[in-house]
Design a binder for this molecule. Structure first.
Ligand SMILES: *[C@@H]1O[C@H](CO)[C@@H](O)[C@H](O)[C@H]1NC(C)=O
Ligand SMILES: *[C@@H]1O[C@H](CO)[C@@H](O)[C@H](O)[C@H]1NC(C)=O
Ligand SMILES: *[C@@H]1O[C@H](CO)[C@@H](O)[C@H](O)[C@H]1NC(C)=O
Ligand SMILES: *[C@@H]1O[C@H](CO)[C@@H](O)[C@H](O)[C@H]1NC(C)=O
Length: 282
């Protein structure tokens, strides 16, 4: 027991001893994690957050807390995946699969109970269609068979609860797991539909939540009419998100769409009650 504590103390001390690179930067465990949701706009959010000079973002989705093979490598491995940052900067990583993985909240809590979590959500029906579209294009590229959307969404005339993409949009189910470990004040729910239509007000909320000096401003965004999306301006450098981010959804029969909207009505209500606010979802 004593040895266990001692070992734990040494491990924690080691992790907290900054290994400074000669240029003054170091790798830090993230103080911010974007936990999801898949197809909610997590890439846009992390790119926009990177506009802030006090934030450094991990390039890849780390999948530390949800993939056993990564988690078993321990926190030193996780740390090694982080970008170099100056000590006064904050590190952020995003792995959208965290939100819907039931074992993740406890694991993040054990690393840092005071961590700040960002969750970006969209209309759950839109999210399902977008989720399907991504899988559809992936399979198309690999010349694999794919099922038409109607046949995965509906089974025997009813909404198919076994369809994973549908489950991912049951936000209250997953949110309950997070609220067992984190207070609501630790989780900012970003409105992904608004972020795409008008990024600045949402990003101002993110800055306030993270207690960052207000820095992101209107000149960081410009609307690209060809794309129909906002692009980013970062120190004069312009960049737009990858083209796959704006792919058209498949056509879905209006009757099925109505069924979906109706299906999500109660789950959405439960989510609004959990977080104490509403969203403009159909
Ligand atoms: C500092 O060094 C690290 C490691 O080589 C590098 O990744 C990072 O870009 C450097 N940062 C600056 C500001 O020079
Ligand atoms: C939805 O996902 C949650 C969390 O993974 C799981 O507990 C639940 O059984 C799933 N529900 C359905 C209907 O598959
Ligand atoms: C917006 O931010 C940029 C970069 O930080 C700065 O150069 C510019 O003066 C700001 N513009 C306004 C209108 O505040
Ligand atoms: C706007 O989007 C189009 C189409 O993707 C692209 O070719 C163009 O470079 C973009 N222009 C600017 C200024 O971002």
């Amino acid at each position: 027991m004593v040895m266990g504590l001692l070992a734990k103390f040494i491990l924690i001390s080691l992790l907290q001893t900054p290994l400074h690179h000669p240029n003054g930067t170091l790798q830090q465990l993230p103080q911010i994690i974007i936990i999801g949701v898949r197809k909610g706009g997590t890439r846009a959010l992390i790119e926009m957050l990177s506009l802030h000079s006090a934030v450094v973002a991990a390039q890849n989705e780390v999948h530390f807390f949800d993939w056993e093979s990564h988690f078993q490598k321990g926190l030193p491995w996780y740390l090694s995946q982080m970008p170099y940052a100056f000590p006064e900067q904050l590190t952020v990583e995003k792995t959208p699969a965290y939100f819907t993985s039931a074992k993740v909240p406890k694991r993040i809590y054990q690393m840092n109970p005071n961590i700040k979590l960002l969750l970006i959500l969209r209309d759950p029906t839109e999210r399902v269609l977008s989720d399907y579209t991504q899988v559809f294009y992936n399979r198309l590229q690999k010349h694999k068979r794919y099922q038409p959307i109607e046949s995965v969404l509906v089974k025997d005339g009813e909404i198919n609860l076994g369809y994973k993409a549908l489950n991912r949009s049951l936000y209250y189910v997953h949110m309950q797991n997070w609220l067992q470990y984190f207070p609501l004040e630790s989780i900012l729910v970003v409105d992904g539909d608004r972020l795409i239509k008008d990024p600045l007000p949402e990003m101002k909320k993110v800055e306030r939540f993270l207690k960052l000096e207000p820095q992101i401003n209107a000149s960081n965004f410009y609307f690209n009419k060809t794309k129909g999306f906002y692009c980013l301006r970062d120190h004069g450098r312009e960049r737009c998100l990858h083209d796959s981010k704006g792919r058209a959804h498949p056509h879905v029969a209006p009757a099925i769409l109505q069924k979906l909207y109706k299906f999500f009505h109660q789950p959405n209500k439960k989510f609004f009650e959990l977080v104490g606010r509403t969203f403009n979802w159909k």
